[in-house]
Design a protein around this ligand. Structure first.
Ligand code: M6R
Length: 569
């Protein structure tokens, strides 16, 4: 989704910002832009399409050196994918430039008020009201202008503003679930909406929280809240995150799937040294465990819930995070909550987490990004140590999430986790890539694909279908096999591929045979995936989806319409 990067310091700010924009690309976007100040004037360069196209434009323009620049990758929400709608947006009087993530809910009213005062708008975005409002409150003190403007904004936002009257200052403002971090290094400051982009560059990183403002100069950062200055501690970030590369692979997704054995090893190293006693005691003392997450992380939640219930440990309710406000589940203060998120910034999950916290629940985050919002808000953060996941389709992070869940279950049961055999199994499945490619070649023209599972493999079926849908755009469903005859069977014909996810449980596997007969006798093609202990069976589906996307000449790393980190509700 939208990304913010800015630089203020001695170097060429435009270069630092274009480099930063490249690191934000994985989040998903459809246009990019930057603004800088030169000769007391704000200039912008914008481009629809990849950051490389923006960089080309910047190079062709041979821009003068500037020490201050704001950059943005935009994922269109309000207004089409055009240069006019790309950020940064500049006030009608040319004084203020703003990059913004989030949604200004009352922008239509604000726009019409500003228009009645003679302001002309150039875009269809909600963002453009921000620089124009700030400009209405123009004063010697840019923080004051920004805080005054914020009093009129409704919605969630994280934005940066700069003024040609203050070419050595950027003001940052935040409200709602949009992350914004400020990283300092000698004589320079970087600001980003993505913590990992700063860890390798900065000495100290500060996270802006709701209702906070920062006044950022090259050698100082001052924080304010409710009109008073505040002192903030830098984040305790354990390790700097190296920018991910494709290595020997053609796509990030391929690399990330092949990293799964290493992820299992990293998790083993991490959890060998962790003491889960306090966490286990918390779980022992609770009534119900609530899990909330979205997409793949939601499927990991279903999987973890099944593991808890299989051992008869606790009642577990799994919530689609975005549905939580609309379902009103019974929550009591003796319950605990587990939220699962790869990015740690998913707005719906963060909002579910806030609901749990407001209801007095102890919250545990299973999260891949250290220092992210979800990580910071949790009472306990359990790292998934999967390393940066760039491809939009989550692969290694899913394995890591389910494995961390299993480690918790095993800690309660006082039994070991079988890391060695899991790594072996992962390697073995990866070795079947060529066979899976053959299945793809034989079935690439099928109109629809069904994954059929039972027990734990029914959950794998849901996650498998999500993988295929998101990167191949084929109609695909994951079904608990017994449900087939209750409706979906009507769709099965000779243009259907049914992928059977054999469960490890013998009795379940026997029952699944009935479903195989049902689809076979309607002409469906069949591919049978062998049983695999643990969630690793998903690797078959991940490789299937990857190969199918490549066969169809689609880029699996950047599927249409989707973003890696979904920071709007
Ligand atoms: O970062 P999160 O785990 O919170 O993201 C949740 C979903 O947006 C994410 O899992 C999404 O479903 C994946 N792109 C699926 O591969």
């Amino acid at each position: 989704m939208c990304g913010i990067i800015a630089y203020l310091g001695k170097d060429n700010a435009v270069n630092r910002v274009t480099e930063g924009l490249k690191t934000l690309e994985y989040r998903g976007y459809d246009s990019a832009g930057l603004a800088y100040i030169s000769k007391e004037t704000i200039h912008t360069v914008k481009q629809v399409g990849p950051v490389d196209a923006l960089v080309q434009k910047v190079n062709d323009l041979k821009l003068p050196k500037s020490n201050i620049a704001l950059g943005h990758t935009r994922w269109a929400t309000h207004g089409g994918i055009t240069e006019q709608n790309s950020h940064p947006h500049v006030s009608d009087d040319g004084n203020i430039a703003v990059v913004h993530n989030g949604i200004i809910e009352n922008y239509i009213q604000l726009k019409s008020d500003l228009e009645s005062k003679g302001v002309t708008f150039k875009s269809a975005t909600d963002t453009e009201v921000i620089p124009n409002l700030i400009s209405q409150f123009k004063s010697e003190n840019i923080l004051k202008s920004v805080t005054e403007a914020c009093k009129y904004l409704k919605g969630s936002y994280a934005f940066l503003a700069m003024s040609c009257d203050h070419p050595d200052t950027i003001v940052a403002a935040k409200n709602g679930s949009q992350p914004l971090v400020i990283g300092t290094v000698k004589d320079a400051v970087y600001i980003s909406s993505d913590t990992p982009t700063l860890t390798s560059k900065c000495d100290k990183i500060y996270a802006l929280e709701d209702a906070e403002f920062a006044v950022i100069c090259p050698t100082s950062v001052k924080f304010h809240k409710f009109g008073k200055s505040i002192v903030k501690k830098p984040l305790a970030i354990m390790a700097s995150v190296k920018p991910a590369t494709k290595g020997i692979y053609n796509t990030f997704m391929e690399r990330e799937i092949h990293e799964i054995p290493d992820v299992i090893e990293a998790i083993e190293r991490e959890y060998c040294k962790r003491d889960l006693t306090k966490l286990v005691a918390k779980i022992h003392a609770c009534d119900t465990i609530h899990i909330a997450a979205c997409g793949t992380s939601y499927h990991a939640g279903l999987y973890i819930a099944r593991m808890f219930e299989r051992q008869g440990l606790r009642r577990v309710l799994v919530h689609v995070a975005s549905e939580l406000p609309h379902t009103n589940p019974i929550i009591n203060p003796r319950d605990i909550a587990i939220v699962i998120s790869q990015s740690g910034e998913t707005a719906d999950t963060l909002s579910a987490m806030k609901t749990f916290k407001n209801r007095g629940l102890y919250t545990i985050a299973i999260c891949n990004v250290e220092g992210s919002s979800i990580w910071r808000y949790a009472d306990t953060a359990l790292p998934t140590v999967a390393g940066t996941e760039v491809a939009v389709a989550s692969t290694k992070a899913y394995i890591a999430q389910t494995l961390v869940g299993e480690i918790v279950v095993n800690a309660i049961m006082e039994q070991p986790t079988n890391f060695v055999s899991y790594r072996k199994a992962a390697h073995e499945i990866l070795g079947h890539s060529e066979e899976i490619l053959k299945v793809v070649s034989e079935n690439k023209d099928m109109n629809r694909i069904f994954f059929l599972g039972k027990g734990l493999s029914a959950i794998t079926a849901l996650e498998s279908a999500l993988k295929v849908k998101e990167i191949t755009y084929r109609h695909c469903e994951g079904i608990a096999a017994g449900e087939l005859k209750h409706g979906t069977l009507a769709l099965v014909d000779s243009n259907t591929l049914s992928i059977i996810l054999t469960p490890t449980d013998e009795a379940a596997a026997q029952k699944l045979n009935n479903s195989i007969h049902e689809v076979k006798s309607r002409g469906s093609h069949i591919w049978t995936v062998p049983p695999v202990e643990s969630s690793l069976q998903i690797i078959y589906a991940q490789l299937f989806a990857l190969h199918l996307a490549q066969k169809l000449s689609l880029d699996p790393d950047k599927p249409r319409n989707l973003a890696k980190s979904v920071t709007v509700e």
